[in-house]
Unconditional design. Structure first.
Length: 48
């Protein structure tokens, strides 16, 4: 299975990144089951 994000062109990738949001604490009341079955992207920036 191909990585969904990598199949998008740059403009579409930037649009998707613009839709990111932080999850509320209450959304983790049932653990991370909220994410089960969903496609998600986790990104981090390393500072050196």
């Amino acid at each position: 299975m191909a990585n969904y994000f990598n199949t998008l062109n740059l403009r579409q990738q930037l649009a998707q990144l613009g839709k990111c949001r932080f999850m509320g604490r209450d959304e983790f009341a049932d653990g991370a089951s909220y994410l089960q079955g969903k496609k998600w992207l986790s990104s981090a920036v390393a500072q050196g």
